[in-house]
Every structure is written in structure tokens, then in C-alpha cells.
Design a protein around this ligand. Structure first.
Ligand code: HEC
Ligand code: HEC
Length: 378
């Protein structure tokens, strides 16, 4: 039984004294006047009271970017800030919207500010504080590095960092927010990325029905229970050996232990025999990595379609049918896709049970959490 105990991560205050430094924010006087001169935004390193789920591993937070209340507040503004794009029309949330679990549903590919489509499906954003590689091919190792990319990507926000920073620097409200969060009104891309990373680390999804069942607060329907069991069993005919239990093999890659529903690895789940996107190989150059992609979480999958790196499947039923078919053999297909001959052969009721289980991983509290919605302009 997993208890309801929660762990409070008193976000690394590392000897940071809460001594408020009184600094004036740049050339403009703070609005509100009064002309006192001494009043103004003040650095406030109060740690953000991050509550992480008891069954998750510890979150690793970079020592040089502790999560603070003010940093998260700033990061939230920036996540919804359209001025980070070349024509001030697109923010991170344009392709990572709350209602679709911070993905770009229903689009298979996202369209950038110039009307050009990217080549991969936008990823749902949640529980990123536990990830160690980012993007479908894992080409960035930290959130702080990852966040620098979409702003300058020509098929995404298509802006330069000096321009984007210039727009924020010209806004006294942002200068004040940077003083409060980072003790400086000199804005740069590193601080923008740090603030957004802090905000993203607070976006924790762990309150789906599956979580409530694990905590003893809810019970599965029979169908959901069957679906859960199928995800945890080896696929295939027991008579064939290979550990076959007529299950669905999902757990090998979408590991439920630890609460993240991903093993954090790159795998080829048998989508193609001829590869148009080489995935992880583009990063490592290792032929064994061809067409391997980051294993995404199963959490909130019901909201984040279409599915896979290229958004090829519209529905969860299609996804299940893909796995049931066994997938398409190729030289890098995962050994966990071990039933390419004949497939898993699940009866219709079991396929429906798998879909029911995936639906039970939807966390409505997460996507509707007021702390993650658009805060408007600062
Ligand atoms: C035009 C659409 C678009 C915009 C705007 C956009 N993204 Fe993304 N995002 C994507 C796509 C597409 C991917 C996957 C790209 C790939 O794998 O090559 C992605 C991937 C990510 C990931 C990786 C998630 C993971 O699990 O590995 C993060 C984090 C992320 N985006 C955050 C942001 C932030 C922060 C911003 C704003 C600064 C932003 N995105 C703006 C489309 C967009
Ligand atoms: C060999 C490892 C592996 C196994 C086994 C596996 N998956 Fe996956 N799964 C992946 C990978 C890798 C992706 C992303 C592939 C891509 O985009 O090219 C994925 C994608 C998905 C997606 C789409 C998520 C998204 O955000 O687009 C769902 C849903 C899914 N799998 C469910 C399942 C279910 C249910 C099972 C068991 C029937 C299963 N998977 C078995 C590796 C695996």
C-alpha cells in the first residue's frame, strides 16, 4: 500500500540568506510614483513549496537554479509570453496548451510564426523535473538548455535572443520580476530559461484515477483493472515461452514503478521498416539508434493526441491496434516488441480494457490547475 505521505522538497535554500537587497529596477521609475526612490522591487529568494508524490523518485534540481516562489511566478509569465516570438504572436503555450496536457492537439505538426510546419509532434509537458533528456531524440540534457531552442527555431518562434530579451528589458514590469526572482534587472536568455525551467518543474501530474487507486482513495472498474494488469504482463502465448502471459508488454518501456510511466530510454516501437526520421541516431550517430525515440509517459495520453513523434495515430484505439499488430520489424526494433509475427492477439475486450486504463491516467486536476494557466500580462 502506498501511503498518502507527501514529501516536501524545501527547495535548496543553500545558505541563501533572505536578506532583501533594495535595488532600483533600471531607468524607469516604478509605476505608482510617489517619488520615494527607496521603494521598488526587492529580491525574494523564498523557496517554492514543491510537493512531490511519495511514489516518485527524488527530483533532481540543478544547484544553480533552485525553485523559488518568484522564479516560478516569472517563469509562468514567460511561458505565456508572445513577445518571445519574432512577430509577438506565439508563446510556448501556443504549442503546449493546458487543455491538451500542454501539447499541441489536435495538430500532428505544429505551425511556427511563419506558417511553416515543423516535422515532429509537439510533446505533452508534465513531470519534466524527473526527465534527463528532452525532445523526441533527447538532444538536450537539461530543461535550461532545452528552453533556449524553441525561441530561435526558424519553424517555431523564429526570434533572436537579443531581440526577445530587448523586448522584456524595455518593460518595467519584467525588470521588476527579474529583480524579485534573480536579484538583477539585467535580463538575459539564461535567466529567461531558468525561470521557465522552474515553472515547468512545478508542473507535476500525479492525481489521475490510477494514482488515487494506488493511494487507496478510489477503486478501478473491472475493465480498468483488466487494462492495468495487461500493461504489466508479458505479451504472447505462454506455450511459446519468452515469458508469454497473453499480456501486452507495455511495462517494459512505459514503466509504472516510480510513477512516471516511462523507462526514460529511447526505443524503436516498430512504427516503420523504412525510416524517414532517424530519431536518436541524429544525436548519437550510432546506427543502433536509428528510429529510436524517447519513450513518452502514458499520463494524460487521452488528452494529448495525435500520437507518436509524427502524430500518425489519431486515437488511443489506433495506438493499441499498433501494439496488438506486433509492429513492423526492422534492424533496430526493440526486443520488447517481440511478437512481430502474429502480434499480441488480444481479444477486443482486452483492447478496450487497455484504452480504459489509459483513460484512467487522465489527471483533470493537473490540466485545470489554476497555478498553470495563463496569468495574463505582468
Ligand atoms: C511551434 C510550436 C512550439 C512552440 C512555440 C514551442 N514548442 Fe516546445 N515542442 C514543440 C515540438 C514540436 C517539440 C518536439 C520537438 C522535437 O522533438 O524535435 C517540443 C518539445 C518541447 C519539450 C521537450 C519535452 C520532452 O518531454 O522532452 C519542452 C520541455 C518544450 N517543448 C518546452 C517549450 C517551451 C518552454 C517553449 C517556449 C519557450 C516551447 N516549447 C515552444 C513545439 C513547440
Ligand atoms: C519497446 C518499447 C515500448 C513498448 C513495449 C510499448 N511502447 Fe508505447 N511507446 C514507445 C515509444 C518509443 C513511443 C514513441 C514512439 C515514437 O513516437 O516514435 C511510444 C508511444 C506510445 C504512445 C503515444 C504517446 C504520445 O504522447 O504520443 C502511447 C499511448 C503508448 N506508447 C502506449 C503503449 C501501450 C498501451 C503499450 C502496451 C500495449 C506500449 N505503449 C508498449 C515505446 C514502447
Amino acid at each position: 500500500m502506498i501511503g498518502t505521505r507527501t514529501r516536501i522538497l524545501a527547495a535548496i535554500a543553500l545558505g541563501v540568506m533572505a536578506i532583501a537587497s533594495c535595488r532600483k529596477p533600471g531607468p524607469d521609475p516604478p509605476s505608482g510614483g510617489g517619488g520615494g526612490g527607496a521603494s521598488g522591487p526587492v529580491y525574494d529568494p523564498t523557496p517554492y513549496p514543491l510537493v512531490t508524490p511519495a511514489n516518485f523518485p527524488p527530483m533532481v534540481i540543478p544547484a544553480d537554479n533552485p525553485i523559488t516562489v518568484k522564479g516560478v511566478e516569472l517563469g509562468r509569465y514567460l511561458f505565456y509570453e508572445e513577445r518571445l516570438s519574432g512577430d509577438n504572436t506565439q508563446s510556448c503555450s501556443s504549442c503546449h496548451a493546458p487543455a491538451t496536457a500542454f501539447s499541441d492537439g489536435p495538430n500532428a505538426f505544429s505551425t511556427g510564426i511563419d506558417g511553416v510546419e515543423g516535422r515532429r509532434n509537439s510533446m505533452a509537458l508534465m513531470n519534466l523535473g524527473w526527465e534527463t533528456s528532452f525532445f523526441w531524440d533527447g538532444r538536450k540534457a537539461t530543461l535550461e538548455e532545452q528552453i533556449l531552442m524553441p525561441v530561435i527555431d526558424p519553424v517555431e518562434m523564429h526570434e533572436t535572443w537579443p531581440d526577445a530579451v530587448g523586448k522584456l528589458q524595455a518593460d518595467s514590469a519584467y525588470r521588476a520580476l527579474f529583480v524579485e526572482a534573480f536579484d538583477t534587472d539585467v535580463i538575459d536568455s539564461t535567466l529567461v530559461a531558468k525561470a521557465i525551467a522552474q515553472f515547468l518543474r512545478t508542473m507535476i501530474s500525479a492525481n489521475s484515477k490510477v494514482d488515487k487507486v494506488a493511494r487507496g482513495e478510489a477503486v478501478f472498474t473491472q475493465q480498468e483493472q483488466r487494462g492495468f494488469i495487461l500493461t504489466q504482463l508479458e505479451g504472447g502465448d505462454p506455450a511459446e515461452g519468452q515469458g508469454g502471459q497473453w499480456g501486452a508488454d507495455c511495462f517494459h518501456c512505459h514503466t509504472q514503478v516510480g510513477g512516471l510511466f516511462t523507462n526514460g530510454q529511447f526505443e524503436n516501437n516498430g512504427l516503420d521498416s523504412i525510416f524517414t526520421d532517424l530519431g536518436r541516431y541524429e544525436v548519437t550517430g550510432d546506427p543502433l539508434d536509428r528510429a529510436k525515440f524517447k519513450v513518452p509517459t502514458l499520463r494524460n495520453a487521452a488528452l494529448s493526441g495525435p500520437y507518436m513523434h509524427d502524430g500518425r495515430f489519431q486515437t488511443l484505439e489506433e495506438v493499441i491496434e499498433h501494439y496488438n499488430s506486433g509492429g513492423i520489424p526492422s534492424e533496430t526494433i526493440s526486443p520488447f516488441m517481440k511478437h512481430t509475427q502474429g502480434g499480441l492477439q488480444l481479444p477486443a475486450a482486452d483492447k478496450a480494457a487497455l484504452v480504459a486504463f489509459l483513460n484512467a491516467l487522465t489527471d483533470h486536476d493537473f490540466v485545470n490547475d489554476p497555478r498553470f494557466q495563463d496569468p495574463g500580462t505582468p
